[in-house]
Ligand binder design. Structure first.
Ligand SMILES: Cc1ncc(COP(=O)(O)O)c(C=O)c1O
Length: 365
């Protein structure tokens, strides 16, 4: 839903993250800061181990299990640190120093994950589209059967690409950074051995990571793992090893409830596909604009595009700003434009920007 500012103007937020959340989540979260569940206390002042907060953590974890249809081998954790911490925590828990991990290189985020993995063991690149400036997803992967795991970034937020065919049958444990498309489409979540995501796009506020881990892949490395970084300790303590980011967990729980109320992940996928279809069909019908990503690999979450005449770039951004459309400027490393269409962005917002693009093309094309 678009936000409404103090002058009661509708603001369409296409930001890549932190990003728009459902309006009812904003309302309930604000209320909980003032008076949580009619207790007279703020959610910000209650102890995390009290009977007031414990149900929040329990419900958040249970909702992830339910929405992803997870089996009993898969544990759900809410941890601090952002997805960037997982770039390091994953190899620390899964990769021995003398072993090999297989990574796909599909963009800025994948490259950061690869760099961190190299600190813990050997890394092979199973597939890369770096040469093509990350405008597509690699199709033929070469994964060593001895690799400790294969890592993919299911959606590259900056490049605007998304894996449509998940390499479930890669022959080794599958690890995924789902920061920018978690719970936005139906996947066979049980076929992943580890999923991590920062919550701040599809699932809530910044400050918490969601981790889904198959407990059977843990405990196989020789190194000593610091207590707070060992997934097994968090599983043992039901994600309460230390003070969790309580407010971020609460916002995630509200967002998960909202996803469930909409009909779950399948409904999210249908809505997201409708938004992406509207956006990309408009883009392809206007020769003034150009998508930069191979069509079959286009992300449903982040549409990256340019304008043929670069002199019009600023003018288009100014028009967006004037029409209360924010977050359209492309990432600094890519340029052009990026329209992010996460779960909570309404089709009305997509209609607003596609109408603006059509009108702009008519006057400038
Ligand atoms: C795909 C992906 N991975 C990792 C990150 C890093 O997340 P964080 O800033 O939460 O560490 C981002 C941030 O946008 C992302 O889009």
């Amino acid at each position: 839903m678009a936000m409404v500012n103090s002058q009661v103007q509708v603001i369409h937020n296409f930001g890549a993250g932190p990003s728009v959340l459902p309006k009812e989540v904003f309302e309930e979260a604000s209320q909980a800061i003032l008076n949580f569940n009619n207790t007279g206390l703020s959610i910000l002042e209650i102890g995390h181990r009290t009977p007031l907060f414990q149900p929040v953590m329990d419900e958040a974890r249970a909702l992830v299990k339910e929405l992803m249809n997870l089996d009993n081998d898969h544990e759900v954790l809410f941890l601090h640190g952002g997805a960037t911490t997982q770039f390091m925590q994953v190899p620390m828990n899964l990769l021995n120093e003398n072993e090999l991990a297989s990574y796909t290189d599909t963009g800025t985020w994948a490259a950061k994950a690869i760099k961190e993995a190299g600190l813990f063991g050997h890394v092979e690149i199973a597939g890369s589209t770096k040469e093509a400036k990350y405008t597509s997803i690699p199709k033929d992967l070469v994964v060593s059967p001895t690799a400790a795991y294969l890592h993919i970034t299911t959606n590259e937020t900056i490049a605007g690409t998304q894996w449509k065919n998940i390499p479930y049958d890669c022959g080794v444990p599958l690890v995924a950074d789902m920061s920018s498309d978690i719970l936005s489409r139906q996947l066979d979540f049980n076929k992943f051995d580890l999923i991590y995501a920062g919550a701040q796009k599809n699932m809530g506020a910044a400050g918490v990571n969601i981790i889904v881990v198959n407990k059977n892949i843990l405990g196989k490395v020789d190194r000593k793992i610091p207590t707070i970084l060992d997934y097994r300790n968090h599983i043992k303590e039901a994600s309460m090893l230390n003070t969790p980011p309580v407010f971020a967990v609460y916002v995630a729980m509200l967002t998960l409830r909202w996803i469930k109320k909409q009909g779950g992940v399948t409904v999210m996928e249908k809505l997201n596909a409708a938004k992406a279809d509207l956006f990309y069909s408009t883009l392809d019908s206007l020769p003034i604009f150009k998508g930069v990503v191979a069509k079959e690999d286009r992300s449903m979450m982040n549409a990256v595009f340019i304008i043929e005449n670069p002199e019009l770039e600023k003018e288009f951004l100014d028009r967006c700003k004037k029409e209360n459309m924010i977050g359209v400027k492309g990432h600094r490393s890519v340029g052009g434009f990026r329209v992010s269409m996460y779960n909570a962005l309404t089709i009305e917002s997509v209609k607003a920007i596609t109408d603006l693009m059509k009108e702009f093309a008519k006057t400038k094309g």
